[in-house]
Design a protein around this ligand. Structure first.
Ligand code: G4P
Length: 545
């Protein structure tokens, strides 16, 4: 049994309570599905903001990168790294905002490493979209619970059964509808709550959810319900519910906990419809902080020894200060301001002196934090993505921090060759930070690099930051490759440009650890390489990760 040291004023029970009340999640969706709106409404219910619209204001300029940089500066905290915390119903909620840009970056993926569950928003009219698919895949790999919020129910949309089928066929997960839309042919009037056996209808006059709603509790065959819905809608609803109850997936908490079944909610973030109910159900079903794998085995959140990992590094956009924030997710123990922790990568002790947390849009210095919490640390340039911080007496490394294969590539060099030194320094540092992945073309000179990213926005951020933080203007030439594969001969010997058949069908490069990588245009070209090089193994990510 674990014990606390005598000087610790907190009892084990209090400590466990703090852990149990935490819910740390991210919202995943395709741009425009309603992530900003839903986040804002959740904050509104949590009392963290008082005016709807304060978060949305940032969104108007979202598609212009230069404006985005301006927003970063004005807001003081980064749009791309918003971590919002609020309390609701005895729970402490941490929402990790995944960037809402059209071109997302690896940050989006990495954020998902720090959460215990995810909320997937789907536009009722559009169904499962491309970016949702990508983000879902990352969540699925981690087997975390995924909750579905089908949004924009106030508008015309797809049939709910069609959406369920789509989710199953495209994403490979079955859903359990917690409520069910009422309406014929995609014209929705409200929802039927399957747990409460209650219907809730939209307001006739759309007052953005400020007014009381019409709701009736009772059996679907209730004449009162027929009166409200009309007989046709009532019959359609009764049939749907019967079908769900008899042929639908059974509610199974265990499957939900392992990401094998997604509780599905229908609502409308804009009109607040179904948002509070969603939040309350979510808090009941979503898990508190989960244990994490490490080199020392499973680390339980209630382990008294502090541990955390860095999942994101964000440079402040104030070039005068050059300060960087490293975002850590606390995995075990209690975090206290000023504590010294062991930094596994450098084998050094580090004092955590300026920890910050984010309440709605404001930063504040914090004194304590618990497993599940996200803390922003001042980074003097020592932290890297995936770094472990832990107790000096209990050293280990968190094991499973993934690398995501780049899908976009550009050749990058300094415009002014005299600035080469700063260029190399800047680009190396940004690579360590995890902003981009760096490669060198085989046989090419040292003056240019091949930069790999998962989204175009990362190139623009790279250009902006090299100029603003290192004073280097760059030349960038986009390359038409979309697939990178690390190469290893099956007999263990090194693959070279000469030994690989079809090297000229792509670009042969080396990563920063001198491991050979082939960049090709598409999966078809990759297939050719695979077929013609039976002695070579190809990996999505560096093989020793
Ligand atoms: P995102 O962060 O996922 O990109 O989406 P965001 O919340 O910004 O919402 C995208 C658009 O969808 C916005 O409209 C927003 O008002 C609208 N929206 C969000 N939830 C709902 C909903 O429940 N019902 C309906 N009908 N619309 C919804 P916009 O015109 O792009 O912006 P705005 O002019 O409303 O600010």
């Amino acid at each position: 049994m674990r014990t606390f040291s005598l000087e610790d004023v907190m009892s084990v029970e209090e400590f466990n309570n703090e852990i149990q009340k935490r819910r740390t999640f991210a919202i995943i969706s395709h741009p425009d599905a309603g992530k900003t709106t839903l986040t804002e409404k959740l904050l509104l219910y949590g009392g963290a903001i008082h005016l709807a619209g304060s978060i949305k204001s940032r969104k108007t300029q979202r598609h212009a990168v230069s404006d985005w940089m301006e927003i970063e500066k004005q807001r003081g905290i980064s749009v791309t790294s918003s971590v919002l915390q609020f309390d609701y119903d005895g729970c402490r909620i941490n929402i990790l905002d995944t960037p809402g840009h059209q071109d997302f970056s690896e940050d989006t993926y990495r954020t998902l490493m720090a959460v215990d569950s995810a909320v997937m928003i789907i536009d009722v009219a559009k169904g499962v979209e491309a970016q949702t698919k990508k983000l879902f895949k990352v969540c699925k790999q981690r087997n975390i619970p995924i909750f579905t919020f089908v949004n924009k129910l106030d508008r015309y949309g797809k049939e709910p059964l069609e959406l369920m089928e789509e989710i199953e066929s495209v994403l490979g997960i079955r859903s359990y509808p917690m409520n069910w839309p009422i309406g014929i042919d995609g014209k929705y009037k409200g929802v039927y709550d399957r747990q409460k056996r209650q219907i809730e209808l939209f307001d006739e006059d759309a007052t953005h959810g400020q007014k009381e709603r019409t709701s009736v509790t009772g059996d679907i065959t209730d004449p009162q319900i027929a009166e409200l819905l009309g007989v046709t809608a009532q019959q359609a609803l009764a049939e749907d519910i019967e079908l769900l109850d008899t042929a639908g997936e059974a509610f199974d908490l265990d499957k939900i906990a392992h990401g094998e079944l997604t509780p599905m909610f229908f609502g409308s973030a804009m009109t607040n419809f179904g948002v509070q109910n969603f939040l309350e159900e979510y808090l009941k079903l979503a898990p508190p902080p989960a244990p994490r794998n490490s080199s020392a085995g499973l680390i339980l959140p209630d382990n008294e020894n502090f541990s955390a990992f860095v999942f994101k590094i964000q440079a402040n956009m104030n070039p005068a200060h050059r300060d960087r924030l490293a975002f850590i997710r606390i995995c075990s123990g209690k975090f206290e301001r000023g504590m010294s922790v062991y930094h596994h990568k450098t084998n050094k002790m580090i004092k955590l002196s300026q920890p910050q947390q984010f309440l709605a849009q404001e930063r504040q210095i914090i004194d304590v934090a618990y497993p599940g919490d996200i803390v922003g640390l001042f980074d003097p340039g020592v932290f890297g993505i995936g770094d472990t911080l832990c107790d000096a007496g209990h050293k280990f490394d968190f094991a499973d921090f993934p690398v995501f294969p780049p899908e976009k590539f550009a050749r990058v060099q300094a415009k002014d060759t005299m600035k080469r030194k700063q260029f190399v320094k800047g680009i190396t540092q940004l690579t360590q930070e995890g902003a981009v992945q760096l490669f060198q073309q085989a046989g090419a000179g040292m003056e240019s690099y091949i930069v790999g990213t998962v989204g175009n926005l990362q190139f623009e951020v790279l250009e902006y930051r090299l100029k603003n933080e290192y004073g280097v203007d760059i030349l960038m030439q986009m390359q038409h490759y979309e697939v990178a594969r690390w190469l290893v001969n099956k007999d263990g010997s090194e693959v070279t440009p000469e030994s690989l058949r079809g090297t000229d069908r792509g670009m042969f490069v080396y990563d920063m650890k001198q491991r050979p990588v082939l960049l090709v245009n598409n999966e078809w070209a990759l297939g050719w390489i695979v077929d013609n090089n039976p002695d070579v193994d190809l990996f999505h990510v560096p093989p020793d990760k």
